[in-house]
Write a protein that binds this ligand. Structure first.
Ligand code: KIV
Ligand code: ZN
Length: 533
């Protein structure tokens, strides 16, 4: 056992470490669950983006998370892989097992410190919480050198007690001390002052890196994280697209670009390759089916769009009039047009590599076939089309149900009813055919899919947007639905928006099928008996 304080860590006062928790805090939030394969793929994307630490999961929470974190720990080189544990022996041992093959393993232990959590969640006194923190850090240090300690709900904890717990964790061997605003309650002024206080009052504060972890309940997560940096935090915990519990976590792309664009103000930088921000954001949106709002800073579709004439006029004279950063510096590509139906495999492979989606020979064959089919339908294939194609192909591999055929009638005209018929392959390869009528064509389509699969989805939101431009653009359908109290999101792309909608519906059905969370199948009746709800 090594309980002596570690050597002062090597982080330069000018650097802020980026600790990404999309795969842990993000993934545990509604609508963001990922399969082990998807988690692994995204972990590689985070490593390419240049994050310093990838928090891969919470291994004690499920065997699926154990497998996913183990695979990430095995494959990521040159990036620290962290796993989360409560200050319980079982959790910590699960972390150690998951990290066995990691090149740079970190165990992240946490315990709640606020009076509210001590009394109502843990039923522990201050002394007992302190003991638990020390025990957790010491036990984790038996397995790895790099241990992070988090004081959950730190921002609502008495300052003197928080300082005492932090000092005890450092003395027990923690190298990173994380101060989470678990419920998104703080303000920029308050958190800046708290970090200044802790750095001045915690014994041996200089032996650890102080870290900030802000939730977005009041929409202040990024502002609070930046204020914590001003107060001396040198690690920021954040997620791509700001995904996370409730209103989410601090958005990585926003905090990184704020530090980058206002470097003279903050005086610190990160190692992030900012040109990978947009591709990484898109990859996550595709994997989770949770799309990014158009006006989202940095990665939203409107982030660099100039519609008003007066703005366009200014932009033509000098782009600095209305742009504080260059779109290409965060990964938007100016030249949109890429390939057409005469393009060959080499050109496709080159372009995919340039977009950060390098594929091996076997995958290239599948993607090329899909590319050719798309190029037959579309005059021009854009970068975003390629992205949809590659990631869509990935999703297809994991698909349990596959769409074979869709036919939809709109019901326009006297006496006509919106109708839909679908043909699918189920997970066993059996062909399923069904038809239904509905309030409108999309409703009829979803009814037919529900009948064919026996899965009942309650649709909460549905929207269609175009992935690229032009009248032959691919449409992306995004759905949020509930099944047996579980909320899920799904998306699908196609040049036909009804087909895209069917893919989005099946994306959700497949997520349910993969997790085994399908409640009893719904009863199917004859198509003509379908209620027009
Ligand atoms: O929000 C929080 O307090 C957390 C901790 C487990 C770090 O996610
Ligand atoms: Zn959190």
């Amino acid at each position: 056992m090594n309980a002596s304080p570690p050597e002062p860590t090597a982080v330069s006062p000018h650097d802020v470490r980026i600790f990404d928790t999309s795969l842990r805090d993000g993934e545990q939030s509604p609508g963001c669950s990922m399969t082990a394969t998807q988690k692994l793929r995204f972990a590689h994307a985070l490593a390419e983006l240049g994050v310093d630490i990838v928090e891969a999961g919470f291994p004690a929470s499920s065997s699926a998370d154990m497998d996913a974190t183990r695979a990430i720990a095995r494959e990521l080189r040159n990036t620290t892989v962290a796993t989360l544990a409560r200050c319980h022996a079982g959790d910590i041992e699960a972390c150690a097992a998951a990290l066995e093959q990691a090149q740079a393993p970190r165990i992240h232990v946490f315990v709640s410190t606020s009076p509210l959590h001590r009394e109502h969640k843990l039923g522990l006194s201050r002394e007992e919480v302190l003991e638990r923190a020390v025990m957790g850090v010491q036990l984790a240090r038996r397995h790895v050198d790099d241990v992070e300690f988090s004081a959950e709900d730190a921002l609502r904890t008495e300052r003197d007690f928080l300082a005492e717990v932090c000092a005890a964790a450092i003395a027990a061997g923690a190298r990173t001390i994380n101060i989470p605003d678990t419920v998104g309650y703080t303000t920029p002024g308050e958190i800046r002052e708290l970090f200044e206080y802790l750095r001045a009052n915690v014994r041996d504060a200089g032996r650890a890196v102080f870290s900030t972890h802000c939730h977005n309940d009041l929409g202040l997560a990024v502002a609070n994280s930046l204020a914590a940096i001003e107060g001396g935090a040198r690690q920021v915990e954040c997620t791509i697209n700001g995904i996370g519990e409730r209103a989410g976590n601090c958005a990585l792309e926003e905090v990184v670009m704020a530090l980058n664009v206002r470097r003279a103000h903050f005086g610190v930088g990160t190692r992030i390759d900012t040109r990978r921000l947009v591709p990484t954001s898109r990859l996550l949106a595709r994997i989770t089916g949770m799309s990014v709002q158009r006006n989202k800073a940095i990665v939203g579709q409107n982030a660099f769009a100039h519609e008003a004439g007066i703005h366009q006029h200014g932009m033509l004279k000098h782009r600095g009039t209305y742009e504080i950063m260059r779109p290409e510096d965060v990964g938007w590509s100016r030249s949109q047009m890429v390939l057409g139906r005469h393009s060959g495999r080499a050109a496709l492979q080159d372009r995919l590599a340039a977009l950060g989606m390098a594929v091996d020979e076997a995958a290239l064959n599948a993607v090329f076939a899909r590319f050719k089919a798309l190029a037959e339908k579309k005059r021009e294939v854009f970068d975003a089309d390629l992205e949809a194609l590659v990631l869509g192909a990935d999703a297809n591999v994991a698909r349990a149900y596959r769409l074979l055929r869709v036919q939809v009638g709109t019901g326009v005209g006297d006496g006509n009813l919106p109708t839909a018929s679908v043909q699918l392959l189920d997970p066993d390869g059996t062909t399923l055919s069904e038809a239904a009528i509905g309030d409108g064509p999309v409703h009829a389509l979803f009814e037919a899919l529900g009948r064919a699969t026996g899965i009942e989805l309650q649709i909460d939101s549905y929207h269609v947007s175009s992935v690229t431009t032009g009248d032959d653009a691919q449409g992306q359908a995004s759905l949020t639905a509930r099944h047996d109290g579980v909320e899920l999101t799904g998306s699908g792309t196609s040049t036909d928006i009804l087909e895209a909608s069917a893919h989005a519906w099946l994306d959700i059905a497949n997520r349910l099928a993969r997790t085994g969370h399908v409640r009893r199948p719904r009863q199917t009746a004859s198509p003509t008996a379908t209620a027009i709800a």
